[in-house]
Design a protein around this ligand. Sequence first.
Ligand code: XMP
Length: 522
Amino acid sequence: MTPPAPPRPRTATEWIAILDFGSQYTQLIARRIREARVFCEILPPDAVDRLGDERLRGIVLSGGPASIYDRAAPELPPDVLARQVPVLGICYGMHLLARELGGRVRPAEREREYGPAVLEVETRGVFDGLDARLDVWMSHGDVVDRPPPGGRVLARSPTVACAAFEIPGRGIYGFQFHPEVVHTPRGGEILERFLGNVCGCARNWEMGTFVADSLAAIREHAGDRDALCAVSGGVDSSVAAALVGRAIGERLHPIFVDHGLHRDLDDVRRMLDLLEESTGARVNWVDASDRFLHLLRGVTDPERKRRIIGETFIRVFETEAKKVGVVDLLVQGTLYPDVIESSVGHHAAARIKTHHNVGGLPERMHLELLEPLRDLFKDEVRQVGEELGLPRDLVYRHPFPGPGLAVRVLGEITDDRLRKLRGADRIFRDLLRETGLYDETWQAFPVLLPVRSVGVMGDGRTYEEAIVLRAVTSRDGMTADWARLPHDFLAECSRRIINEVGGINRVAYDITSKPPGTIEWE
Ligand code: XMP
């Protein structure tokens, strides 16, 4: 039996569908639309059944790596134009629209553009109130040679004659440039105009309404059933617990499972105390560390680690559920990026890693999932936490992955290697807090590498393992930049880790952004 489809509180009164043709920027389109206070979802191009929803206000077609001339290039599903809602095609999406509606698209000769370009606006429309020349980001191999009949060119670039078109009266737009990336500084405003003026969105997606609507949806879904809630002391599970607790009161049973892979149990205890104080719920603490660590012994493959942890979590929850009595539901703090990056049920986006609370779940499980935050990005979850009155310390904590230190101890997980990582973690975290850099970074942690290098300490040779420090700035973890931590600060971290943590003789700093890296190393 596969797990039942997770119930989603559908709280938005209006929404935009983003059909993903495989662009690396699709999630950014979703971000920009949410920032404009319109709910949106990324869907595979064949999810046409979802487009029948009467609350749908518009469709955005993403870019993609293909050329419409490739043999296996994804097609424009006929339902897109049949829905009679506005459609915006970006890059590949623009080419699909232009060809479908009778325009002409051809491979670029000298007009290929990759990188910054200047857009020269010829007709205002969605560019109303913006400058006549706009910095934009281009990345394409094909160009629209002639807009569809009835269409008009809105803007050109020095090399491309049709960099944006519109079919007046039909709400159909095509952009050759990418309004969703930061290198198109006014891109958000252009999208806002499309959403407000063309799609007629009220732009009322906000977390206060989300909370009110979610409470009703959770009560309706849960009925008189009891729910177990997996809490970790982190932001997402705390917000999920607070939300569901407010909806169903004492029928919520929060449970903390110690998998032996936490960085600092005292810190977790403090966070769970805060959660108990602000929600009135009692958290049941279960020590399953021996079971997890036993199953992980000798395992080095990152995806296997994740699957073992996901599976074992569920088995522990099932055992605990029996102790409570009849419990049917399992609440998890799964977020939208977890869903996207595990690419569950989505063929266009490549699977990056199996976030343990999504794809890492076993096929067979006896608890139905309730994931009230599944549609939200991290910053939206934090706003929900504030709406629910959770303390700042809890809401603005750095994220910590469900599989814990298992994905930061690269290679085999042993007690001694966990000790090294915890030692480095405490020093790094203390120094970040002491210097006020904790709040300036989105996430920061050490990683233990499975390599040894030669060093010299005192008069002797050492041959020991290395720690990498990772610190990033981000908004929601979907993209991230490495944090420019001061050199003196890094020097102090390195000095203390090598002096105080036995078995470490080298410290490096990770200067990879996401993409191309991910935030965690596994
Ligand atoms: P990546 O490494 O995918 O991480 O760039 C993005 C954010 O997600 C966290 N992360 C996880 N969180 N379960 C979680 O609850 C997981 O399996 C998982 N893997 C990564 C990561 O710490 C970062 O904040």
